[in-house]
Design a binder for this molecule. Structure first.
Ligand SMILES: Nc1nc2c(c(=O)[nH]1)N[C@H]1C(S)=C(S)[C@@H](COP(=O)(O)OP(=O)(O)OC[C@H]3O[C@@H](n4cnc5c(=O)[nH]c(N)nc54)[C@H](O)[C@@H]3O)O[C@H]1N2
Ligand SMILES: Nc1nc2c(c(=O)[nH]1)N[C@H]1C(S)=C(S)[C@@H](COP(=O)(O)OP(=O)(O)OC[C@H]3O[C@@H](n4cnc5c(=O)[nH]c(N)nc54)[C@H](O)[C@@H]3O)O[C@H]1N2
Ligand code: SF4
Ligand SMILES: [Mo]
Length: 750
């Protein structure tokens, strides 16, 4: 038995860990106390890495579906040959646009997976790249484009004294500008310093419990609340006049637009006390450094672009951007040196360019092509129809909005390929399932996590942290596995394409350094480590240096300060974007505002995340789900009483689109009238009877054709009007008695 430092990749937090290895297999995980960022932290999921690696249902061979629909193992090189051939035929008959890519969340576990996939598709001549980002928080990219970016970067949580979280739950999810790593401890430390936290969430979430002020509004009313906060900040002159004068346009237009959203008006709409809106505005605006931040809640409950835009307006109006002379806490490690400047990058187009879809008038957008339209693009016949789809680290069959449509589309494809570690709900619809190596079997490094901006989504590092981990164990004997990037390299090679990729998302330039694209050697296949060397070329700290620190290290350089604005720079942030302010004004005409829901659909289904799963991952790790394997429908106990149902009962939840069965559980932390449920559970409708084993698929309730954003396509996935009816079938699973919500004990660790 030996113990080795490594990096957990079960989720994109990438915690530094210690792995006990016995007979060549990982057997135990513990946190790495010597890691300067993670300091011994792991979560319950990460500690199950050995079980994930040894899982009896883990794919050890790629699979091919036969004509009778049964999947059989296929040699990986053979699968590559066949997929390359089939794609070549489809491209020849229908052009490159008929081939699309879907990059899911767990592609983010590997530094090269998504980038190599995109590189391959572009080399093929198709730009049909879809990602989970457009059904997640697409409003972020849209708002950033319309508002412009600040090249000095945002303030980070650990240095701030005013923090606003709108519909995110960092303590569980790790976003919200506060990663889940020691989040409770960090929030407590911040409060000791005098920092104040405001949380807006219809649920008293694990994070809201730490808030100095928690507003518990109707879902979907975030724009009205944020506009009222701006109203108060302007009325009471709590804004940073000199920052605004020097750096932003559109202040007057914004002031006019928020004028009708006085606290009393927004309080009525959102059903929160007007005094709380005023207090929230004052807490937020009277800090010295701070940041407002929105999560999936507001992005999924309609008007996500607008909520994110108003969040940026709050930050700008309060001057909460790093100013000239201040030290940049993370000047980059494996990226080229950052060059922060106290100036704006001007607004850019947020939609209406690039690839045009044939559905609902969509185009490419700052948030990427709308994934909500991908199923329709597969189903709609005629020129431009998508006939082949390659998925990497994603699970469309349970994740895409409108599950029935997604399933129909997967079945209609001429060719469906997915790269996955198990026979996921999607894999069972795929013609080829490519089995990759698992995390501890491949090397990794911290470059891709580093490229995120802290406050922007919360992952990423507040400090200049670098860590590398070599492959620790061999894949199980007798297996035939390839890395994700090798699959795309193999396809490119067989199709005579030259593969190139961008190591870091290009838009993070000034703060994380720019990077040239990498051209692969198509004659001699590089090793993964050679690729990493190339990706890190020109970095502030060499990969060789980072490798010397096996527990990770901080590579401080406190001389990297934000430079003053370039003398010739006249770029300004935009507070008065016409489309956004028109959308805000249109809310005033919304006749449904201030109502809790109609007679037919009196409840609102709101989104949430649960500690012991990661989307559709980790559901199959038994140690994590001793108590239950499904996603309960959480309701307020008084609502359960009114409905005459009790915890453990099976109900049918219906929207105006479809219905799903669900198992109810009491949650006093909810606002009345809410049903709070996690996504990515369940499977095809035919398996609904296995409810207690697999849970309920909330995406089935979502229509992609009504109530969608015109630019990003994201449909209403939170705040969705629904009805609840008691089901007359077997009412409870007596083998698994439900005693009440117990999330705190399941993963919230400090
Ligand atoms: N343990 C765990 N961690 C995860 C994941 C997971 O599945 N499990 N998933 C990962 C992924 S893919 C993502 S995108 C991130 C998301 O991270 P977050 O955005 O933090 O997602 P949630 O934890 O669901 O928190 C969203 C909160 O919004 C609230 N909400 C719902 N509707 C509204 C609304 O209309 N307005 C407001 N103000 N609030 C609302 C919900 O009650 C919920 O508490 O988490 C990531 N982290
Ligand atoms: N109704 C509703 N729908 C939603 C949401 C919601 O809140 N409500 N949330 C949305 C959000 S925020 C997101 S991000 C999406 C998630 O949508 P997806 O990203 O499509 O779904 P995941 O479940 O994260 O898919 C991860 C897949 O990767 C596989 N995997 C795990 N490890 C590896 C690996 O090492 N390599 C490879 N190749 N594969 C691996 C897993 O087995 C799984 O099948 O769902 C969205 N859909
Ligand atoms: S948060 Fe948990 S699952 Fe994610 S990387 Fe860290 S230990 Fe692994
Ligand atoms: Mo997500």
């Amino acid at each position: 038995m030996s113990t080795h430092p490594s990096i957990c990749r079960l989720c994109p937090a990438n915690c530094g860990i210690l792995v006990e290895v016995e007979n060549g297999r990982p057997v135990r995980i513990e946190g790495d106390r010597e890691d300067p960022i993670f300091q011994g932290y792991t979560c319950a999921k990460g500690r199950q890495l050995p079980a994930q690696h040894a899982h009896p249902e883990r794919l050890l061979h790629s699979m091919k579906r036969s004509d009778t629909g049964v999947h059989q193992p296929i040699e990986s090189q053979r699968a590559l040959e066949e997929v390359a051939e089939k794609i070549a035929v489809i491209v020849e008959q229908h052009g490159p646009r008929s081939v699309a890519l879907y990059i899911g969340t767990l592609a983010g576990s590997h530094p090269t997976a998504g980038a190599a996939a995109v590189g391959w598709l572009l080399a093929l001549g198709s730009r049909m790249v879809f990602t989970a980002a457009s059904i997640d928080q697409p409003g972020k990219n849209i708002a950033n484009a319309l508002h412009g970016r600040w090249l000095g970067g945002p303030y980070l949580f650990d240095e701030s004294d005013a923090w606003l979280i709108v519909g995110a739950n960092p303590v569980i999810s790790g976003t919200g500008g506060i990663s889940s790593v020691h989040s409770a401890r960090r929030i407590r430390a911040a409060k000791k310093r005098g920092a104040r936290l405001v949380v807006i969430d219809p649920r008293r979430s694990e994070s809201a419990r730490f808030a100095d002020l928690h507003l518990q509004p109707r879902p979907g009313e975030d724009p009205a609340l944020l506009a009222a906060m701006l109203h108060v900040i302007m009325r009471e002159e709590l804004f940073d006049r000199s920052f605004v004068t020097q750096n932003a346009d559109g202040f007057e237009a914004l002031a006019r637009a928020v004028e009708p959203f006085d606290p009393a008006t927004s309080a009525r709409r959102a059903d929160v006390p007007a005094a709380d809106i005023e207090a929230a505005a004052r807490i937020f605006a009277t800090g010295s450094r701070g940041c407002a931040m929105a999560g999936t809640g507001p992005n999924m409950s309609g008007h996500g672009n607008l909520s994110e835009y108003l969040v940026l307006c709050l930050n700008t109006v309060c001057g909460y951007w790093r100013s000239a002379g201040e030290v940049l806490p993370n000047p980059g490690v494996l990226t080229p040196p950052a060059t922060p400047k106290a100036q704006a990058a001007p607004p850019r187009r947020a939609w209406g360019y690039g690839e045009k879809l044939r559905i609902r008038g969509f185009t490419n957008a700052a948030s990427g092509l709308p994934t909500s339209a991908l199923a329709d693009e597969i189903l709609l016949e005629g020129e431009g129809q998508i006939r082949a789809l390659v998925c990497v680290g994603g699970n469309p069959a349970v994740a895409w909005p409108d599950q029935r449509k997604a399933l129909k589309a997967l079945n209609e494809l001429e060719l469906c390929v997915t790269l996955d570690i198990k026979m996921s709900a999607t894999a069972r619809h795929a013609d080829y399932v490519i089995a990759p190596k698992l995390s501890l079997e491949v090397p990794t490094f911290s470059l891709h996590s580093e490229s995120y901006e802290q406050s922007y989504i919360g992952v990423g590092y507040a400090k200049p942290y670098g860590r590398y981990a070599p492959a620790l164990v061999d894949p199980p004997s007798g297996s035939d596995l390839i890395e994700e990037w090798e699959f795309f390299y193999g396809l490119a090679q067989r199709m005579g394409l030259a593969l190139r990729f961008f190591p870091v998302r290009p838009e993070v330039g000034a703060l994380r350094g720019r990077r040239q694209p990498i051209d692969f050697d198509m004659q001699r296949k590089p090793s993964t480590d050679e690729l990493y060397e190339q990706m890190a070329k020109g970095s502030r700290v060499s990969l060789a240096e980072v490798k010397k620190h096996t527990h990770g290290a901080l590579f401080q350089d406190e001389t990297v300060c934000v430079k003053p604005r370039d003398p010739d720079c006249d770029a300004r942030l935009e507070l008065g974007d016409k489309t956004m302010l028109a959308e805000l004004r249109s809310l005033l005409d919304d006749s449904r505002a201030g109502q809790d829901g109609g007679e037919r659909f009196p409840f609102r289904l709101i989104s949430r995340r649960m500690p012991n799963v990661y989307n559709s991952s980790a559901h199959d790790l038994p140690a994590l789900h001793r108590r239950r394997r499904y996603n309960p429908a959480f309701l307020h106990p008084a609502d359960l009483d009114d409905l005459g149902i009790t915890a453990g009962d099976v109900v049918t939840i219906s929207s105006d689109h479809d219905s799903v069965p669900a198992i109810v559980e009491a949650a006093p932390e909810l606002r009345r009238g809410m049903i709070s449920m996690a996504h990515c559970f369940g499977d095809v409708p035919e398996r609904d009877a296995e409810l207690f084993e697999i849970g309920s698929n909330t995406s089935r309730l979502v229509s992609v054709e009504r109530n969608y954003d015109p630019y990003t396509g994201i449909p209403l996935m939170s705040g969705l009007p629904v009805a609840v009816h008691r089901t007359s079938g077997p009412l409870r699973d007596t083998s698994n008695p439900i005693t009440g919500p117990d999330l705190a004990s399941q993963g919230v660790r400090d």
